[in-house]
Design a protein around this ligand. Structure first.
Ligand code: ATP
Ligand code: MG
Length: 413
């Protein structure tokens, strides 16, 4: 038996787990102020949910999915991302009546990747989706939420917003034609991956990390030259909106996102602090997705961000208020059950409380100190009869006798 986590997975020990929770809670609280509601979808889905929607030629589907046949012979896939599952849930639950909808999700995702700092095989995403709104203002709000959230985490100086438009499907088709014409001439010089992409999804070549591919792309026809008037107007409004809200951005003309379903706005918040793992948060508009999955045509826009990368960038103490902690100590055996009762009452007031059991008072005090408790509460039988307790502040050493009914007032740090 191997006593190690599987490659690309990691245990989140309390320090990191607390940080993940704090970031997730903070993001959700922010999203709620924008009208988002939580949704949770299954961690695995029928494989088609991802294979059809993300595009067979996308890196995620062609190289990264965990797909397996279950005991009933169904092909299932561990979710590599959140949008396809939310879209599937929207269709399965007949939510088209309730539009517009704003969803927030968080949870583990799975991709078979080469693990490195900020890149894992099981990782965690938080994300949002807005369904049923086709206006540029929706994109603006979606980006604004992301910006607001990252700024609130204290990351404003570490990140940059890059944004681009892919145009509508007409613009994309025109560009595709010319791009293929151009790249066909250099086919032999393209990387093997890009040669395949040229047949299946040429736009993705723009996203290639291969140096030679990138050089060839310098002379390629650019997407923005093929934008329809409406697409251009849409994008101009998005950029104007960001300016109005004071959100700094860079129009990155080569930005395309890895997945097939994007149209119009695509955006990423990137950083130079995480080496090759430059993207902290990514998203865009996916108006064709739900129809492609067999639902009623419903526009959508959203983003997702990896908690591992966020945690690496964020102050480890973010959102972690010290919690008042009391060690409750019975000075005699006969007061032990009363001590359990006191601990219980303290917890009802959201105070972390632990009853020290076993050993003499000296030993119990030692353990209370080791635990890092702020107060030791000591109860002997005389005190129990007089309805008082002895309260010792463990950092100052100050000790006093306090009536039970006044106890809470004395527990302050
Ligand atoms: P990359 O270019 O780094 O592979 P991506 O484009 O595949 O990212 P998305 O699919 O857009 O990433 O996912 C959104 C976010 O999820 C990323 O910006 C990143 O923060 C996080 N993420 C994606 N893949 C991983 C991974 N394998 N490990 C940790 N976080 C990840
Ligand atoms: Mg990736």
């Amino acid at each position: 038996m191997k006593f190690q986590p599987a490659r690309g997975t990691q245990d989140l020990l309390p320090e990191t787990a607390k940080q993940f929770r704090a970031i997730d809670d903070f993001a959700f609280a922010k999203a709620q102020t924008y009208g988002f509601e939580p949704i949770t979808t299954p961690i695995f889905e029928f494989s088609e949910v991802f294979h059809r929607t993300l595009g067979e030629s996308s890196d995620v589907v062609s190289k990264e999915t965990y797909t397996f046949t279950d005991r009933g012979g169904e092909s299932l896939t561990l979710r590599p991302e959140g949008t396809a599952g939310v879209a599937r849930a929207f269709i399965s639950n007949g939510l088209a009546q309730n539009l517009p909808l704003r969803f927030y999700y968080s949870g583990p995702m799975f991709r078979y990747e080469r693990p490195q700092k900020g890149r894992y095989r099981q990782f965690h995403q938080i994300g949002v989706e807005v369904l049923g709104l086709e206006t540029p203002e929706t994109d603006i709000e979606c980006v604004a939420l992301a910006h607001d959230f990252l700024k609130g985490l204290g990351l404003a100086d570490k990140i940059q917003l890059e944004i681009n438009t892919l145009g509508d499907s007409d613009s994309r088709a025109k560009h595709r034609e010319r791009l293929v014409e151009y790249l066909q001439k250099f086919k032999a010089a393209l990387s093997p991956d890009s040669q395949v992409r040229l047949e299946k999804n040429p736009l993705r070549i723009l996203d290639s990390k291969d140096k030679k591919d990138q050089e060839l792309l310098m002379g390629a026809p650019a997407l923005h030259e093929f934008l329809s008037v409406d697409s251009q107007k849409f994008f101009d409004k998005v950029l104007q909106g960001l300016e109005t809200l004071g959100i700094p951005f860079v129009h990155q003309k080569n930005l395309v996102r890895g997945l097939d379903y994007y149209v119009h706005s695509v955006f990423e918040f990137t950083t130079t602090h995480l080496g090759a793992q430059a993207t902290v948060l990514g998203g865009g508009r996916y108006d064709g997705l739900i129809e492609m999955m067999g639902g009623q045509k419903t526009p959508g826009v959203g983003w997702a961000s990896g908690l591992e990368r966020l945690a690496l960038l964020t102050d480890p103490n973010f959102g972690q208020r010290p919690q008042l902690q009391v060690a409750v100590i019975a000075a005699e055996e006969m007061t032990e059950s009363e001590c359990l009762k006191i601990s219980h009452e303290l917890r009802n007031h959201k105070i972390r409380s632990e009853t020290m059991l076993g050993g003499n008072v000296g030993k119990k005090l030692k353990r209370a100190n080791k635990l890092g408790a702020h107060f030791a509460l000591i109860l002997g039988s005389t005190e129990m009869d007089q309805k008082v307790v002895t309260l010792k502040n463990l950092s100052t050493g100050e000790q006093k006798t306090v009536p039970r009914y006044e106890l809470l007032q004395h527990l302050k740090i």
